[in-house]
Design a protein around this ligand. Structure first.
Ligand code: FAD
Length: 292
């Protein structure tokens, strides 16, 4: 099923993100992750695309196919373009189509300083147009940034660029993680003023250890509210306390977002079904409420 259809059927969509196993691990380790996550009945699961790897599109397509055919859950395959030629993307689309994958998250990808970008695609919007031109019937999603993309930090220009990407054929947006819901509400307001009318999912990452937050904040540039920093400082020496506080923080964010009418929650699971289960258990009544 296409994700745009899912949004027509459901009042609130709950979805997960997983990443392919590291090169040093067997692809089979993804089954342990998916066994646990599938029990939680997400509306769809997205699979990331490894930066720069020549085989990345095949691995992502294989895992998306397992999600669809073994677990009976709708997958969304991420696809980046900055290190790809048009020919590479054509091949990747063919593989996804062959596996029956209907949903693609079309991304530019991060610029790797050690890997000069190819020249066929500069922005995700160009990938979106290219996918449309190939004549497949994919549902296309795009990424968005509540605090603006780190390369611009000009919120107005960033929203204009996002509007352009949506106009090229994006059906649904998934946000970068954030820790202050007010950043997301301001972004939603800008998106609405810019005339962006596709459903927008809020990306939530439960932060359950100190190393994770240091890595994430430096990678995606999410700002850390005082309440969050205090929590981290208080519990940094106790893994159990940090884990429980991180889960509670994510649950609090989700309840507030859904209460404020947000149409979708995309949980960055970090391939950890135990944490995802604790979050899902905490909001099971809320999910039930929106399925009535
Ligand atoms: P774009 O939409 O192209 O935007 C990139 C920058 O260019 C922005 O600053 C934008 O404002 C600007 N811009 C856009 N159009 C124009 C224009 N016409 N003129 C001037 N400036 C313009 N990375 C991976 O490698 N693999 C993944 O699986 C992956 N999954 C992700 C999932 C989500 C939900 C998110 C939010 C990010 C993900 N990323 C992933 C990271 C993503 O690739 C990076 O954030 C990347 O830097 C930007 O990708 P984009 O698709 O948002 O780019």
């Amino acid at each position: 099923m296409k994700i745009a259809e899912l949004f027509k059927e459901k009042k609130v969509v709950f979805s997960f993100e997983v990443f392919p196993p590291k090169k040093t691990s067997s692809i089979d380790t993804i089954y342990q992750t998916l066994d646990g996550l599938s029990d939680l009945k997400p509306d769809f699961i997205s699979v990331t695309y490894g930066a720069g790897g020549s085989n990345a599109s095949v691995i992502t397509a294989d895992i998306a196919s397992i999600i669809k055919n073994k677990y009976g859950i709708e997958p969304m395959a991420h696809l980046t373009c900055v290190n790809s030629s048009k020919e590479d993307v054509e091949k990747a689309l063919g593989v996804l189509n062959k596996h029956g994958i209907e949903n693609i998250l079309a991304l530019r990808g991060d610029i790797n300083p050690e890997l000069p970008p190819q020249t066929d695609f500069k922005y995700a919007s160009e990938l979106v147009s290219f996918i449309k031109e190939q004549g497949y019937d994919f549902n296309i999603s795009g990424a968005c940034y509540p605090e603006a993309h780190p390369e611009t930090r000009d919120k107005i220009q960033d929203i204009r660029n996002l509007k352009n990407k949506v106009d090229m054929g994006v059906d649904h947006l998934v946000s970068q993680l954030f820790f202050d819901n007010n950043d997301f509400y301001s972004f939603m307001e800008r998106a609405w003023i810019a005339g962006i009318n596709v459903p927008i999912e809020a990306g939530i990452m439960p932060v359950v250890n100190k190393a994770q937050i240091e890595r994430m904040a430096s990678l995606c540039g999410a700002s850390l509210p005082v309440k969050f920093v205090k929590m981290m400082q208080k519990f940094e020496d106790s893994p159990e306390a940090m884990r429980d506080a991180g889960i509670a923080y994510a649950v609090d964010q989700i309840v507030d977002l859904v209460s404020n009418g947000v149409r979708g929650i995309h949980l960055y699971t970090m391939n950890n079904p135990v944490i995802a289960k604790r979050i899902c258990d905490s909001i099971s009544g809320l999910r039930g409420y929106y399925q009535k």
